[in-house]
Design a protein around this ligand. Structure first.
Ligand SMILES: *Cc1c(COP(=O)(O)O)cnc(C)c1O
Ligand code: SF4
Length: 441
């Protein structure tokens, strides 16, 4: 099985024969919305994932192609007007930049997770939870295609000031040498699997030396199994990728591919099945995660199907996330109550082997907050929540309560239940920042 990647963006997507099945309005919407949200797709997505007979509601089309409703009306009409008037590029660019900045490009205070090494700010690293360091290799700040809902979009729409990227593995290694509490390093992006095998090796190989024995797991967060499974099959350095995976495992480390799948269709092609199977032959694990997205996967049956397929293929369901409060959130977001309903209706119909999944979870400033459910306690309807991960690990796994709010879509809209003034962890926050300035900036 062989395929050469061909990418499509605003500049060349009109050359696709499939575009003939779109109405003039849909093309207009791509032109307008695609100025603000990053738009990129490729020949695999076009030929093997999208159902072109069902474009109005096709989830994979929605995943890659801008639709009108993804922009707020006022923003849509602003850009449309500029385009209609043939406005100068600099004027359009300025407006686009202004709109993007209004879309919360850096949600959940990710800036606060960037650590220091002495005086040097380590822009390519985020270290929020003691055991896991996130590393953003600079060559990996793009993807084989772009998700319309993605909260990392500032990184690849030319907003360089916000770019979390770092060339020097050197600084990463220095940081890890003095942080023996770190057991996991997560390569993330963008998508680190866009990086060539040789460059990826230059990042990873030093970590296999005995001085980094405290690093037990190397994780790679990627959507390439969905967007370009040929990365693991027929790219010119695919074999080298597997030699790298082999050497990670030979060094005694756990290799975990954190695969991003949003819909069962993404698990249905021969290419993805072969790619998964080849990864599994190395002894690497594949764990799966996805946000819950209106218009893409907001039905319990889809999740149950997705988790079952993943387990069939030897993958381990890991996280279901609540859609982030960024970008086109108004299009994709669902009330927290609804998220929990979808989760539990899916969870209850699958075997325990699928129930390794945890969620729905919000990654917010204080941590990963799971919605355990809605309950009535002494006459008050509440959300029951807990930290799966906490900025302070002591918070983890303690159930806590928020006033029930049927409309809330994110943690910042919740209030403590029972008339309390603060959540139990809030008074600790300033103390934590003082005692651990190094980790949390
Ligand atoms: C989710 C996350 C991690 C990894 O958490 P696990 O529960 O161990 O997968 C690490 N750092 C940040 C900032 C995260 O959001
Ligand atoms: S693959 Fe991941 S980083 Fe890339 S656009 Fe999609 S969600 Fe964002």
């Amino acid at each position: 099985m062989e395929k050469i990647i061909k990418s499509y963006t605003l500049h060349n997507y009109r050359t696709l024969p499939q575009i003939n099945s779109l109405s003039d309005e849909m093309i207009r919407d791509i032109e307008v919305v695609g100025r603000v949200l990053p738009f990129k797709t490729n020949n695999y997505v076009i030929e093997e994932l999208i159902d072109w007979n069902n474009i109005e509601s096709d989830p994979i089309f929605t995943l890659n192609f801008p639709r009108k409703e993804m922009l707020e009306k006022k923003h849509y009409y602003m850009i449309e007007k500029l385009l209609n008037n043939d406005a100068e590029k600099t004027i359009i660019d300025a407006k686009v930049q202004q709109i993007r900045l209004s879309l919360n490009p850096n949600p959940a205070g990710q800036e606060h997770n960037v650590p220091y090494l002495g005086e040097i700010k380590l822009k390519g690293i985020q270290h929020k939870y003691p055991e896991t360091v996130l590393f953003f290799p600079s060559q990996g700040q793009t993807c084989h295609a772009y998700c319309t809902f993605c909260f990392r979009w500032p990184q690849f729409s030319g907003m360089s000031g916000l770019k979390f990227a770092m060339k020097e593995t050197d600084l990463l290694l220095k940081y890890l040498r003095i942080h023996k509490e770190v057991t996991d390093i997560l390569f993330t992006g963008g998508d680190p699997m866009v990086i060539s095998a040789s460059v990826l090796r230059s990042y990873i190989e030093p970590l296999l030396q005995p001085e980094f024995n405290h690093i037990h797991s190397i994780r790679i967060g990627t959507k390439s199994l969905t967007y370009w499974p040929y990365r693991f099959l027929s790219d010119k350095d695919s074999d080298d990728i597997f030699r790298l995976f082999d050497s990670i495992i030979a060094a005694g480390k756990n290799l975990s591919i954190q695969a991003h799948f949003n819909h069962p269709v993404e698990l249905s092609t021969d290419a993805v099945k072969q790619a998964i199977s080849r990864i599994r032959t190395t002894g690497a694990q594949i764990r799966t995660q996805s946000p819950l997205l209106k218009h893409i996967n907001d039905r319990p049956e889809l999740w149950a199907q997705m988790w079952r397929k993943q387990v069939d293929l030897g993958c381990i369901p890991y996280y279901m996330f609540v859609a982030r409060d960024t970008g086109s959130r108004h299009y994709f977001e669902l009330p927290l109550d609804k998220c929990w309903q979808i989760f539990r209706r899916a969870y209850r119909q699958v075997s325990g082997l699928c129930r390794t999944v945890r969620g729905p979870s919000m990654s917010d400033h204080p941590g990963k907050i799971q919605i355990l459910g809605v309950q009535e306690i002494k006459g008050e309807k509440v959300f029951v929540l807990r930290f799966l991960q906490g900025r302070d690990p002591k918070w983890v796994d303690i159930p806590f309560f928020a006033e029930y709010n049927p409309k809330a879509t994110w943690f910042d809209q919740l209030k403590p239940a029972f008339g309390e003034e603060k959540f139990f962890f809030e008074e600790n926050r300033s103390k934590l920042t003082r005692t651990k300035p190094f980790l949390f900036e």
